[in-house]
Design a protein around this ligand. Sequence first.
Ligand code: MN
Length: 241
Amino acid sequence: MSGFTLSRRLFMVGAAGALTLPAMPRAFAQATGPFTQTTLGYAFNALEPHIDAATMEIHFGKHHAAYVGNLNNFAKDNAQIAAAPVHEVLAKLGDVPDAIRTGVRNNLGGHANHAMFWQIMAPGGAKAPEGDVKAAIDRDFGGLEKLQDQFNAAGGRVFGSGWVFVTVDKDGKLALVSKPNQDTPLMDGQRVLFGNDVWEHAYYLKHQNRRADYLKGWWNVANWSVIGQRYAAAKAGTLTI
Ligand code: MN
């Protein structure tokens, strides 16, 4: 199946719809439940050449979809994990039953991280920071190039699988944070301005072991329009995941 065909199918479901079309290949089906994967909003090949279409198709359609499916399986017997907003559950993992706490940490963290990740990448957005978010980057990192250098270095230092994030507090202050696995600053009650996935599944088909090349090229697909909107939402107290 081509990425184009699959992406057309994904676009056929509504923004809040679960991926449960009868024609959907089994690997892309989700368990029915309260957790849903919103549509990508752009084609799998839209981020070429920096992120290849095959990586996007597998990453979105299998990796992220699996986290959502696992959450729906947990929710069958533990409805409370879907009763509160995602960021609130992640900030209070201690309240999750012992038997599913690690699973919720990994899969709900993965769901939140990827929902953010698809959103902050896209063709057509601003190619560089503008306005308030630019001013914050200049103030807190000394400019975009210095942020990129620090961010890429932090991404390179993640041993094994994980993420590198820029967090934003309600005053608009930015900070660099790395996390292992599918952990997220949301687990510390913080908010994520944007982040990059440095699991091998995010880049290995194209870049193999050259994570630094992936990190460097990734900035070409950062959507600064959306990141600017997230910055404003964080300051307004309305940013969630
Ligand atoms: Mn991933």
